[in-house]
Design a protein around this ligand. Sequence first.
Ligand code: MF3
Ligand code: CO
Ligand code: CO
Length: 309
Amino acid sequence: MENIDEVSTDMRITNKTFDVGRNDPCPCGSGLKYKKCCLGKKKAGAEKLRKRFADARRYNIRLKQKADIEGIRKAGRLVVDTLQLVEADIRPGLKTDEINTRVHEFTIRHHAVPAPLNYRGFPKSVCVSVNEVICHGIPGERVLKDGDIVNVDVTTILNGYYADANRTFFVGSPGPDARKIVSVAGECLRKGMAMVKPGNTIGDIGWAIQKHAEGEGCSVVREFVGHGVGFDFHEPPQVPHFGRKGTGPVLIPGMVFTIEPMINLGKKDLYVLEDGWTAVTRDGSLSAQFEQTILVTEKGFESLTPFSL
Ligand code: MF3
Ligand code: CO
Ligand code: CO
């Protein structure tokens, strides 16, 4: 996820215009071809369309074309397969660095590149975050023990396209707190995804997530947000996991971004360890997260890193 403190220095995305072809799906979300829909329309439809494009432009959101989407989908399939491989390995006694080795080797063997390795100085190929670690855990000598929860966050570059997803696994038999936070975090992602359709906004996603998390007595991390993805690791827009309905960029087909709520069992506050990466809950409570890479379609959304929640 993207650290919001760093966003202003990371706006490397150029202000590209996006040209919709006559035969492309209309960005208004009707499902019709552009030429059969808003192209040349004088009134409401055309006005709405201009407004929607204006948001993509204003926020420097790079829309993805068909070939790009296929590329991200392929990268996404590899990410999901990687997570499945990891799942089979998870057991008490496993060292977090062994997860790193598995992910690294599997990725390379599939002619892909692990995006985290050397990203802004990150020293490993995957993030592994145990219990009170919210995100950006660095694989190392920590040994998983029965009752732990562990998040594994995989980002893979295949043929130049990025896909990003994570899951939180149980180690051995979970206690009630572990069950609770993992189920709330999974449901938060599901409810966030359900808000994705043309005409809704980025703010609607965060609103749905926050409502569910807080309704369950949990809290939403503010410092890290979802992000556009596909051409690069972190692109506009930012996708907060909290917020107000109807705020932020309006969604249009061709947008690709992650939703990756980090949900704490206790308070939302965090701090970052001396290593400059590991973010932990300030109160030491458990934190869980799920992430998928989501494409906005004419009808709603498609996950490019699908797994059941
Ligand atoms: N995969 C994380 C995300 O969801 C980002 C990890 S950055 C790293 O955006 F450097 F720690 F790998
Ligand atoms: Co992400
Ligand atoms: Co990620």
